[in-house]
Design a protein around this ligand. Structure first.
Ligand code: GLU
Length: 289
């Protein structure tokens, strides 16, 4: 029997807070209960915002909390060549297209067409206009040759249509992993998401599905805020022939103002709580574990 595999996958672009502590400890608990593995993955593809100092802080905070994980730790910035290979496949299959519109151009395009009623993604951001998709091959070539800035966007409609057996459903489980529930994947909620940038051959979605598959992750346990991202990730998994994990999206730890914690909130940062004299046990209690 293969071992169940869990992972905690923080981005070193800030300090860990109580929400991360909850996610990490829950992964640890579920892995322990299943007699499974726990991996730590550093999601540092955003090389401008991620720093070695934040990464060191993550290790220190997690060790202090009592988390143990397998070595070596996978650091995404060391695997760009693998992401590039997957991207090349998506390009060759025309599942992605170069999208040239700047933020200003997107805004203007939408404003010209009525603005308010334009469909938005679950974060409230207007969906990317279908303009670049319709560019002629010649025009596309010309822009690429002229080095016009662009990002690779997933052609959700075309890519979904290409799946002859249709888009598979997602399997969700719960904290006890006693039952699973099939949920329809809805990648279209995000429109044509960015899959890679011109200078970075990946994006959060692409790197996460490749790594989860490559590392044999059987259970993705992460915050509710990533629930709707799962549909896009399911589509990418199918396009790339990757076997999907099961998902559990846990409750979010909210701040005193009932809002989602952010990496800039000082009072809920793990390092700050530690320096204020809190123990790992106090943190567990605070997050209800
Ligand atoms: N790296 C992501 C974050 O910091 C989490 C990715 C995931 O769990 O799928 O929120």
């Amino acid at each position: 029997m293969t071992l169940l595999t869990f992972r905690f996958a923080p981005s070193p672009n800030g300090k860990l807070h109580l929400g991360h502590a909850y996610s990490a400890l829950l992964n640890q608990r579920m892995a322990a209960q299943a007699g499974g593995r726990l991996l730590l993955r550093i999601e540092d593809i955003d090389v401008t915002r991620c720093t070695p100092e934040f990464e060191t802080g993550i290790f220190r905070d997690l060790e202090w909390l009592g988390l143990r994980w397998e070595e070596p730790v996978r650091r995404q910035s060391e695997h760009f060549a693998e992401y590039q290979a997957a991207l090349d496949r998506l390009i060759a299959e025309e599942s992605v297209y170069p999208a040239f519109m700047s933020r200003g151009e997107i805004r203007a395009f939408i404003a010209e067409r009525g603005g308010r009623d334009w469909p938005r993604d679950p974060d409230g951001v207007p969906l990317y206009p279908p303009f670049d998709k319709a560019l002629s091959a010649r025009e596309r070539k010309r822009r690429l040759a002229e080095n016009v800035p662009f990002a690779w966007r997933l052609d959700v409609e075309a890519a979904t249509a290409r799946l002859t057996a249709g888009l598979s459903w997602l399997e969700f489980t719960d904290e006890t992993m006693s039952a699973t529930r099939a949920v329809e994947a809805q990648p279209q909620a995000w429109g044509d998401v960015i899959v890679a940038r011109r200078d970075i051959p990946t994006s959060y979605h692409l790197a996460v599905v490749l790594d989860d598959a490559l590392q044999g992750v059987s259970h993705v346990v992460r915050g509710q805020d990533l629930y709707s991202a799962t549909g896009v990730q399911r589509l990418l998994q199918q396009l790339l022939g990757l076997s999907p994990p099961r998902y559990f999206h846990h409750r979010l730890i909210l701040g005193a103002d009932r809002r989602k914690l952010s990496k800039s909130f000082k009072d809920t940062g793990l390092a700050a709580l530690r320096e204020a004299g809190m123990s790992p046990q106090d943190v567990r209690q605070l997050v209800g574990l």
